[in-house]
Design a binder for this molecule. Structure first.
Ligand SMILES: CN(C)CCSCc1cc(N)cc2c(=O)[nH]c(N)nc12
Ligand SMILES: [Zn+2]
Length: 371
């Protein structure tokens, strides 16, 4: 059974420190969650991910539903055993990916029919199917099946979509039986309309979920709108339950999320930009594959003590990208995952020491953000 313990509230913001107890271990929050969409954090072994300080990883119902299929993972003894990761796992419900990846999708009250982006086969996901798949995967935290509405969208579209997502959440809750081992989070929708956000949050809180996600953000809206909607929405979520902001992950968004009361955040960025030759460092982004580093024998980030920064130079990493060596992806993924994990640890300590805003200012100046 998932339990959240609030340890400390910041005095001058909504930032807070807590712990989430799961069957696979305790998660210290705020926490950044590396993404392992297809049952792997790309190019990393689970031991490496653990050694980098990652506490919990994400995986994805939509992808695993299509390949290898929930039956195989269930036969393997569940996702923890299948991928040899024995810490907490959170799985998204598949709704978001159906809308972002598949073709010919058709939404009805029942669920969503779509064609697989892999082989074009006709598929169907619904609240009940999503819960059954996540049950087969055995993840510790599972998400309600929702529609992440596009941005921009009319008030009428968002109102209709949000109310259907609330009805789907009820169906998820009624269908979910394995409540002792898998905590089902409701996902707040409502687009950029505060009255719809309030209604979505209040209707979900009335169903008493063990945790809540704020969805429908980080979908292309301007940052100031995202922060304003997020700040408004978290006021309607219970303080004694975890809050998860879905789909963010650059350092500035992590600071904003924590400042406005979020405990958990995920993002594909660390491994995705790593494969594109980009590192997040203490002095901002470094395009490590850039030819200007051909004879730069300094460390990737002189303020980082990760394996990559302690043992290799910019010149070597740039060389690896230049000759398309797979080790290039691994070395940058190691650094980027460590960087964000360490950032969240530093944020957590700053809250405990009542200096969150000072730390945010210090980091923004060093990273090159305008506040
Ligand atoms: C691994 N991650 C990239 C996937 C997890 S986060 C995906 C995700 C991202 C965003 N921005 C919004 C939503 C949303 O509103 N609902 C759901 N179910 N998922 C979402
Ligand atoms: Zn490093």
């Amino acid at each position: 059974m998932l339990e959240y313990k609030l340890i400390k509230k910041s005095k001058d913001t909504k930032a807070r420190v807590g712990e989430i107890k799961t069957n696979h271990g305790i998660i210290k929050t705020p926490v950044f969650m590396p993404v392992g969409t297809r049952a792997t954090v790309k190019t990393m072994t689970p031991e490496e991910v653990k050694d980098l300080g990652a506490q919990i990883i994400l995986s994805n119902t939509y992808h695993l539903f299509l390949r290898p299929g929930p039956e195989i993972i269930e036969k393997a003894g569940g996702l923890h055993k299948f991928m040899n990761w024995h810490g907490p796992i959170l799985t998204d419900s598949g709704g978001f990916q159906v809308f972002s990846l598949s073709a010919n999708r058709k939404i009805t009250e029942e669920g969503v029919t779509f064609r697989s982006h892999i082989d074009g086969s006709k598929q169907f996901l619904s609240p009940e199917v999503s819960i059954d798949v996540q049950n087969s995967l055995g993840s510790d935290i599972i998400m309600a099946f929702d529609e992440c509405a596009p941005y921009p969208a009319t008030y009428e579209y968002i109102e209709h979509s949000m109310n259907r997502t609330t009805r789907w959440a009820k169906r998820c809750k009624d269908h979910h039986k394995n409540t002792d081992n898998q905590a089902l989070f409701g996902i707040v929708q409502g687009g950029m309309y505060k009255d719809l956000r309030k209604k979505s949050a209040e209707d979900l809180v009335a169903m008493d979920f063990p945790g809540y996600a704020v969805g429908g953000l980080s979908v292309g809206e301007p940052k100031d709108i995202m922060v304003d909607i997020l700040d408004y929405t978290t006021d309607f979520l219970p303080e004694d339950k975890p809050r998860y902001l879905m789909g963010v992950g650059t350092p500035d968004y992590l600071f904003e999320a924590v400042e406005h009361g979020i405990d958990m955040a995920d993002c594909v960025l660390p491994t995705r930009i790593a494969r594109n030759g980009t590192a997040m460092t203490s002095v901002g982004r470094v395009i490590a594959k850039n030819g200007k580093y051909k004879e730069d024998f300094t460390s990737l980030d002189e303020n980082c003590d990760c394996y990559t920064c302690k043992n290799y130079t910019k010149a070597y990493i740039r060389h690896l990208f230049n000759v398309n060596e797979i080790l290039a992806y691994r070395l940058l993924s190691i650094h980027n995952i460590y960087f964000l994990t360490k950032l969240m640890e530093n944020i957590r300590n700053a809250i405990l020491e009542d200096r969150f805003l000072e730390y945010k200012k210090e980091f923004y100046e060093s990273y090159g953000y305008e506040d």
